[in-house]
Design a protein. Structure first.
Length: 291
């Protein structure tokens, strides 16, 4: 029964990773930003959603969407207070702005981690499941909440695909990732496109954060691990490739699940990082990347 348990649990955690990594990929593809505060954004959504649902007395069904909203606000703060000032600064040479953005988002992520630890301590928290109860799948007990998480992740991913490929705003977003200068010549304002990308990112990271809190639980100590997992997935899949990120999310998710079950839970991030090193040497552009 253990292989089936790994298969089911791995699918759920991989779906969560895919949801978070797609937002990470979207930001890089559209605006060229590798947001190293990604784990902090997810942490804010998870912990504030948990606090509002429990200590705030609002209940899980109200606390969860409010947690997503908090994640979106955290994404806006990251963009308007950290990323955009660096990008628009005239004091920083243009060729050095990327490293300044990396450093700025990294420091902002550490600040979020320390702030959340101050407010809520570094003890792990778990949000009450949205759907209670347990199902039996071929003799393996699977919480209904775990099944719901995988379904919700893929519904959100599907809605994002429809938005990008079937709406004018979504197509402009896709065009910005391919040729931002050409999009500007067509009369589109890039600042609005970037704001849309960060809005979508905040929603995706927020949903991933609150769902993670109700599945595995989170603590402030997970901030770096969440960012590292997303970064590994994006690099493995190919920078800017959504399809590659989906593929890599399942590779990383199953590697971590197998490691947690067969070796030790504390070592679960190690195989993915080793795979990342191997891929960087053998195929630097990732699974489906072009650059």
């Amino acid at each position: 029964m253990l292989p089936l348990q790994i298969l089911i649990d791995g699918f759920a955690i991989s779906s969560l990773y895919a949801l978070g990594a797609i937002g990470f990929t979207l930001i890089f593809g559209v605006s060229g930003v590798l947001n190293l505060a990604h784990g902090g954004v997810m942490l804010i959504a998870a912990m504030l959603g948990w606090a509002l649902a429990g200590e705030g007395g609002l209940g899980t069904y109200i606390g969860t969407p409010l947690g997503v909203l908090c994640g979106m606000v955290a994404a806006f703060v990251t963009y308007f207070m950290v990323v955009r000032p660096i990008q628009r600064s005239t004091a920083i040479p243009r060729e050095e702005k990327e490293i300044f953005v990396l450093t700025g988002t990294l420091l902002w992520g550490i600040m979020i981690q320390q702030g959340m630890a101050y407010l809520f301590s570094d003890n792990p928290i778990t949000m009450r499941p949205l759907i209670p109860g347990v199902a039996s799948v071929a003799g393996v007990r699977v919480p209904y909440n775990e099944i719901m998480i995988a379904v919700v992740c893929w519904i959100v991913i599907g809605l994002l695909w429809l938005f990008v490929n079937r709406t004018k705003a979504g197509k402009a977003l896709l065009a910005a990732s391919m040729n931002p200068r050409g999009l500007t010549l067509l009369g589109f304002e890039l600042s609005r496109i970037y704001l849309l990308a960060w809005t979508l990112y905040g929603v995706l990271a927020g949903i991933a954060g609150v769902l993670l809190a109700s599945f595995l639980g989170v603590s402030t100590n997970n901030t770096g691990q969440l960012t590292a997992s997303a970064f590994s997935i994006v690099v493995l899949g190919g920078l800017g490739s959504v399809s590659g990120s989906l593929m890599a999310a399942y590779v990383v998710g199953y590697l971590e699940t197998v490691t947690a079950y067969l070796i030790a839970p504390t070592l679960r991030p190690l195989p993915a990082l080793l795979l990342l090193v191997l891929v960087v040497y053998v195929r630097p552009q990732g699974f489906l990347g072009r650059r």
